[in-house]
Design a binder for this molecule. Structure first.
Ligand code: NAP
Ligand code: F7E
Length: 335
């Protein structure tokens, strides 16, 4: 029988890649989006999956909405990707972030519990829960030390997911995913800000990219690889939590160097660092994941690593401005 999946956060980066993956697997996919003044399905169109999924309306702030929807659809699997996902914004909107990223998850868990715990549940946990990391690399047993309202809200929902699994015997799992990027990454996140900014510099639309702390290190993977791990987590015999990462980390400076290098430019000429509005009140200095458990149990490993990820993002952003890599390289020689 055709499996039914409900994906929250369908308009986001991971929503697009996961829906593409599940549609290919033969799932009937329901994509939940919240009401906004203009519907933002551009990522779904970009990836070519908009016509293959059924869009449904759901806001994590509203439990009655969640209950009605889940009761009506009766999904086999729920992937909760919806969140206020930008760390910087969480300092300005800590209460909203706590409500959506924290309590919002409990709203879904309670609904599933009231339905006898039937649908399997996936929670989008994050390496931000390790924050001021207590050991390196970080695995499933590393103590948490979140450093932002975002990380704290996600830690609450992470533990709630564990608790509903243990208390109510639910098939509730978390993927503790490290940073994953793609051409569909939001433009406020640092990797996409750099790849898009670089394309705008090549087109002489802007002169510089303003960034914050270039010393922070992240373990960056490709979103397309990570959604495979997400699906795999719900296909295990027993519900469990898994760290998903590449096992390599690089600084923001490394990313800028590599991205500009793709077209033969020296990043130092085009990047302004330590711009105060992009500095965080409490930074996460360095994250590095250890995915040994996922490699062993899920038989998963990342295919796209740092250099190829930079290249993919730069090429895509140049293409968005109708530029090929060769054309950009020629322009770069004159900059
Ligand atoms: P994203 O692109 O920012 O997408 C977030 C999604 O959540 C969007 O569809 C957004 O809808 C939706 N959303 C926000 N508030 C909502 C609400 N109140 N009700 C319903 N939907 C709401 O994030 P992503 O990169 O795809 O990440 C997916 C999930 O994984 C998030 O939970 C994120 O926190 C987590 N995560 C991401 C990473 C990463 O590196 N990407 C790593 C670890 C964990 P709108 O389009 O309407 O804003
Ligand atoms: O910042 C530094 C910034 O916003 C990365 C989310 O998907 O991954 C993401 O969170 C680093 C930080 O991602 C700028 O200070 C410097 O150290 O790209 P980011 P993030 O905060 O790591 C985790 C795993 C999630 O779960 C989140 O949902 O880059 N940085 N200059 C900057 N960051 C931004 N955004 N903009 C700058 O100008």
């Amino acid at each position: 029988m055709t499996k039914k999946a409900l994906i929250t956060g369908i308009t986001g980066q991971d929503g697009a890649y996961l829906s593409e993956f599940l549609v290919k697997k033969g799932y009937k996919v329901y994509g939940a989006l919240r009401r906004t003044s203009s519907t933002n399905t551009s990522r779904l169109s970009y990836i070519g999956v908009l016509g293959d999924i059924e869009l449904v309306s759901m806001d994590l702030a509203e439990i009655t909405n969640i209950q009605r929807l889940i009761e009506r659809i009766e999904p086999d699997e729920i992937y909760n990707l919806a969140a206020q996902s930008f760390v910087q914004t969480s300092y300005e909107q800590p209460i909203f972030t706590s409500d959506i990223d924290g309590i919002g998850v409990t709203r879904i868990l309670e609904t599933v519990r009231n339905l006898g715990g039937k649908p399997k549940f996936y929670q989008a946990s994050t390496s931000e829960m390790f924050g001021q990391a207590q050991q390196s690399p970080q695995n499933e047993n590393t103590p948490f030390y979140p450093r932002s309202p975002y990380g704290i809200a996600k830690l609450y929902s992470h533990w709630m997911t564990v608790n509903y699994r243990e208390a109510w015997n639910m098939f509730a799992c978390s993927g503790i995913l490290f940073n994953h990027e793609s051409p569909l990454r939001g433009t406020e996140f640092v990797t996409r800000k750099i790849s898009q900014g670089m394309a705008q510099i090549a087109l002489k639309k802007i002169k510089k990219i303003n960034l914050g702390n270039l010393n922070a290190e992240r373990d960056w993977g490709f979103a397309g690889d990570y959604v495979e791990a997400i699906w795999n987590i719900l296909q295990q015999d027993k519900p469990d939590d898994f760290v998903i990462s590449t096992g390599e980390n690089y600084s923001i400076e490394d990313f800028a160097r590599e991205a500009f290098n793709v077209v033969g430019l020296d990043w130092k000429k085009f990047v302004k660092s330590n711009v105060s509005r992009y500095l965080r009140p409490s930074e996460v200095p360095s994250l590095l994941g250890d995915s040994s458990k996922a490699i062993k149990q899920l038989k998963w490993k990342p295919k796209v690593l740092f250099k190829d990820l930079c290249l993919m993002m730069v090429e895509s952003d140049l293409k968005n401005f109708n530029l090929t890599l060769d054309e950009a390289k020629k322009i770069a020689k004159k900059l």
